[in-house]
Design a protein around this ligand. Structure first.
Ligand code: NAP
Length: 236
């Protein structure tokens, strides 16, 4: 919640979520926001058991949790990551992985879906991958964008959607949750999954409360992993 970079915070009871046993408070802090996003994304488009979904950034914080959530529901996940990070995607539960730094993503997705394409593509990248993501969809599939890691998003060309197989495009954001109780439920579902599989992404830095400004600077400079502020901790 806003203002939670503090020693003590007052929150609505409905927003609180129990931390499952094997997880540490650092895990909880690292997983909560990504878990909320992943659980919200997973219910944004109906996917039946056995259908195929592509997840870009699958080794990222949101990506790992999204792969695991979809896999748990019997969706055949094709997770895209680069280099050794594909190991984390496998561990999260992907049926197939694609190393975007070494493989032809379009050919791989076509092969893994018997030439049909995927029922959904989850894309946090935006500009750079938009057209490729459309080409990975099966007829009437849906591209769910939830980020713009590569810069401003393109405008939607309705004719292009028809040509791609009468597909759908949507942009997911925090408004996809119904309120504090719904958000807590989504976070709780994600934490339960993280108690079963290795889904926590790396920690880029730990800061004490009096170093909070440095933590925000680390975020601004594009730290690769989660940045944690630990109230009450001694200098780290
Ligand atoms: N809409 C929402 O409610 C919401 C909520 C939370 C986060 N987000 C957004 O979701 C995005 C992901 O967040 P995150 O915390 O999961 O980030 P993250 O941990 O940094 O993971 C993102 C991953 O995307 C991949 N990537 C980066 N640039 C790429 C490119 N040009 N082409 C293909 N893949 C690329 C990278 O993995 P590889 O190099 O291994 O492929 C990267 O690790 C961010 O844009 C964030 O702002 C949105």
């Amino acid at each position: 919640m806003p203002g939670s970079c503090a020693t003590a915070v007052i929150a609505q009871a409905a927003m609180l979520v129990p931390l499952p046993d094997p997880l540490t408070f650092e895990d909880g802090a690292s997983l909560a926001h990504a878990g909320l996003t992943a659980a919200g994304l997973a219910r944004h488009w109906p996917l039946s058991e056995g259908s195929a979904a592509v997840v870009w950034g699958a080794a990222g914080a949101v990506g790992r949790l999204l792969v695991a959530t979809l896999a748990e529901r019997g969706v055949k996940v094709i997770g895209i990551a680069s280099g050794e990070r594909i190991e984390a995607v496998r561990a999260a539960g992907a049926a197939h992985t694609v190393d975007r730094s070494a493989e032809d993503v379009q050919a791989a997705v076509r092969a893994y879906t018997g030439g049909r394409g995927a029922a959904a593509v989850f894309d946090p990248v935006g500009a750079e991958t938009y057209k490729l993501s459309l080409s990975l969809l099966a007829r009437r599939g849906c591209l769910i964008n939830y980020g713009q890691l590569s810069g401003d998003l393109p405008s939607v060309d309705m004719k292009e959607l028809m040509t791609a197989g009468s597909v759908f495009v949507t942009k997911y954001g925090p408004g996809g949750a119904e309120g504090p109780g719904d958000m807590a439920g989504l976070i709780s579902d994600a934490l339960k999954l993280a108690a079963k599989r290795p889904l926590t992404s790396g920690v880029a830095g730990r800061f004490t409360l009096d170093q909070a400004a440095d933590a925000y600077r680390a975020l601004d400079s594009g730290a690769n992993g989660k940045v944690l502020v630990i109230p009450g901790g001694s200098a780290l």
